[in-house]
Design a protein around this ligand. Structure first.
Ligand code: G16
Ligand code: MG
Length: 220
């Protein structure tokens, strides 16, 4: 009757959204239109390719496939220039304590991220070794809100989807967890993530008792 946890990366473990924002903004500047933090909200949890489509829609710009590929490469190079400077001080509040709690309870956890840079980021913040598996943008063919990323995570945990608990900060991610028939925990704005089974501001609010309680939940 064991449970397992699947953590999203950006917005749950670290705030890489601010670096995505800078890189997308540079690109919008080059293309000659305004890209704001509000616009950036639309890109959270969304794949890199889809993010570019949304960005070009905002700027009302049409580009050839070739140009889009070129842009995706330079956006990622720009993004990586920030990522390579990351360190453990960028781990979000409550993360390390929660991982310690899970270790203490013998509950295993994997990563379930849309990012193709997830392994690098986890290594930069010294958390890579703690996860028993990584599912990221390189391992899936269908992006969130498709449940593929989390179903692969359940396989790594060797658990049925109903026994998996997903921590997510993005609407697409909560939808993916729900579609996978997992317990979804929204981290961030409750109103935005109202489709989640449970809501918390950040991981400092997750108690050991709450995790134990969830472990006894059979099915939704
Ligand atoms: C993250 C971010 C998204 C980003 C995506 C792909 O997802 O939230 O904004 O577009 O990864 O990232 P990359 O360009 O590094 O492949 P997640 O699922 O960790 O929240
Ligand atoms: Mg996220």
């Amino acid at each position: 009757n064991k449970t397992g946890i699947i953590f999203d990366l950006d917005g749950v473990i670290v705030d890489t959204a601010k670096y995505h924002f800078l890189a997308w903004k540079h690109l919008a500047d080059d293309l000659g239109f305004e890209f704001t933090e509000t616009h950036n909200e639309l890109l959270k949890g969304v794949s890199r390719v889809r993010s570019l489509e949304i960005l070009l829609d905002i700027g009302n710009i049409k580009l050839s496939e070739e140009k889009k590929q070129e842009i995706l490469i330079s956006k990622n190079e720009d993004y990586l220039s920030y990522i390579t400077k990351m360190g453990p001080e960028e781990i979000l509040p409550g993360v390390t304590a929660l991982l310690d709690t899970l270790d203490g309870l013998g509950i295993q956890y994997v990563l379930g991220s849309a990012s193709k840079n997830a392994t690098l980021i986890l290594k930069k913040v010294n958390l890579f070794e703690r996860f028993i598996g990584i599912v990221d943008g390189n391992s899936v063919s269908k992006a969130k809100p498709d449940p593929e990323v989390f179903l692969l995570g359940a396989k790594m945990l060797k658990l049925k989807p109903e026994k998996c608990i997903v921590f997510e900060d993005a609407i697409a991610g909560v939808e993916a967890a729900n579609a996978a028939n997992m317990i979804s925990i929204g981290i961030g704005d409750k109103q935005t993530l109202q489709k989640a089974d449970f809501n918390f501001k950040d991981l400092t609010e997750i108690s050991s008792d709450f995790i134990k309680e969830l472990s006894t939940i059979k099915e939704k």
